[in-house]
Write a protein that binds this ligand. Structure first.
Ligand code: CMP
Length: 482
């Protein structure tokens, strides 16, 4: 039976109390008969029989006293919890209360049963008893007093992450009792560290309500620019969950090493207990950011790393999927095969991790994107909250508003899963516009429609929605078309 479960605790309490009460009432009821029976068994030694019965009485009353103290403890500290709105007394205080109350009650019971025994004399005169007790309780008392000093000094509290001792036990503090500190490790194991060990050994504390920092290491090839690497990594880390927005992450070079440039990233966490997940997420973000920015992790210098670029794949015909993807985009339907191939050659592929921002509202933009694989959502700021206005799947395009009108980006576009997008720049679009006036017109209709979708949902957005004719002339002006 798991006794830490409150229901089981109650059952245990009721069953033990019932047995003790039953025993006690039987003992009281058959008191004289039991004494006579035992005296007869012990060859007429009535005094010895009396002692046996008295000890039995002491044990039963002791059990009841113990249960009473536990119930009193729960009642008093439960009341404090309710009256002081959620204030929970430390376990150690509750334990001390129980020990003191039980000792007092037990001594009271003892002295009322064994009236002839002088307890004071027993304790003060019995040096041997003192030595035995002292030796037996050496560790227990050590832990007890160390527990008191931990409660008084409060070097850490429940919820903090601590690392203790030479064996570097690390985990979240769950409880501090009169005997030990209980921590839950990141493998979900519970470790109990004696209070005296916790008070004596070296201790590293990462308080729960403190901004704790972590370090992550990575490297690049010598050919990759440090300025670019630092910018790309800082940007990639900024938006990851659980990374504090209060202190910007720091990226710096640690070493110019044998195989490449070694960097360290220092970032601050909102919840330090989740550092394993956050470290992993950040490493993932760095990988994707490197891939998009064309940065390379350093390989051992003797390794020959051969990589085929996407452009080569495209020319080989293996990457013909890019042409297929673009010809399936509805606005490109009127284009000739040559024109679609020209756009495909100019398109650059980027891969984004789930949750990464592809386009940020308010930024300038001179390219549009087609979703090649994956899914993105279009988000706007509605009274300080991000609201999704559309979800775009494979074959859908976005970013055309800023590209065709020269205005800042009208919304955020965020990857919902790992998403590959094809970026098409101003130059490639200008070439197809010149030969396809119909394309400019159909785009102006789509832009008007999307703008209306945005202004209907966001109070903060500029609600000036020009008609297709206005947009058409804006595009023509911007692209210097006739
Ligand atoms: P742009 O303003 O360049 O950047 C944000 C993009 O979000 C925008 O271009 C559009 O491509 C896209 N967008 C804005 N509103 C909508 C909408 N209602 N439906 C689909 N896409 C939209």
């Amino acid at each position: 039976m798991n006794r830490s479960n409150p229901k089981n605790k109650l059952i245990f309490f009721v069953v033990t109390a019932s047995i003790a009460l039953l025993g006690l009432s039987l003992l009281i009821h058959f008191d004289q008969r039991l004494r006579d029976f035992l005296a007869a068994q012990m060859g007429g030694l009535a005094s010895r029989a009396d002692t046996v019965v008295d000890v039995l009485l002491l044990v039963l009353l002791g059990i009841l006293a113990y249960l009473f103290v536990r119930a009193l403890n729960n009642f008093i500290f439960g009341l404090v919890f309710r009256l002081r709105k959620g204030f929970e007394a430390p376990t150690l205080v509750r334990n001390i209360f129980s020990i003191v109350a039980f000792t007092a009650l037990f001594l009271l019971i003892f002295s009322s049963i064994f009236k002839d025994v002088n307890l004071g004399a027993l304790f003060t005169t019995s040096a041997i008893f003192g030595v035995i007790l002292g030796l037996a309780l050496q560790d227990t008392l050590g832990n007890f007093f160390a527990g008191i000093s931990l409660q008084a000094d409060r070097p850490f509290q429940v919820g903090d992450v601590i690392t203790v001792g030479a064996q570097k036990h690390s985990g979240v503090v769950e409880e501090i009792t009169w005997r030990a500190v209980k921590i839950r490790t990141f493998q979900n194991h519970v470790i109990e560290i004696n209070n005296s060990t916790a008070a004596k050994e070296p201790l590293e504390v990462c308080p729960r309500d403190n901004l704790n920092a972590r370090l992550i290491f990575f490297n690049t090839l010598y050919t990759d620019s440090p300025a670019k690497t630092i910018r790309v990594v800082r940007e990639a880390v900024r938006e990851a969950d659980n990374v504090s927005q209060m202190i910007p992450p720091i990226v710096r070079i640690r070493n110019l090493a044998e195989n490449g440039v070694d960097y360290e990233l220092k970032y601050w966490l909102e919840d330090y207990a989740k550092y394993n997940d956050t470290d992993a997420l950040i490493r993932q973000r760095i990988w994707y950011a490197f891939r998009r920015a064309g940065l390379n992790f350093a390989y051992p210098t003797r390794t020959l790393h051969v990589e085929r670029s996407r452009k080569i794949e495209f020319q080989d015909g293996e990457g013909g999927t890019i042409v297929e993807r673009l010809s399936a985009v509805d606005i490109f339907a009127p284009l000739s095969v040559e024109e679609t191939s020209m756009i495909a050659q100019a398109a650059v592929s980027h891969v984004f991790a789930p949750g990464e921002t592809v386009i940020r509202a308010g930024d300038p933009g001179s390219s549009m994107f087609v979703v090649h694989n994956g899914r993105v959502c279009v988000q706007i700021n509605d009274k300080g909250k991000l609201r999704t206005v559309a979800t775009l799947n494979e074959g859908h395009f976005f970013g055309e508003m800023a590209l065709f009108t020269g205005e800042p980006r009208a919304a955020n576009v965020v990857a919902l899963e790992e998403t590959e997008v094809l970026e098409i720049g101003h130059k490639a679009m200008k070439r197809v516009f010149e030969t396809n006036p119909g394309l400019v017109e159909s785009l102006s209709h789509i832009i008007v429609e999307r703008r209306q979708g945005l202004s209907a949902r966001a109070d903060t957005l500029d609600t000036d929605t020009e008609g297709p004719a206005g947009i058409l002339s804006a595009i023509k002006r911007f692209f210097k078309l006739k």
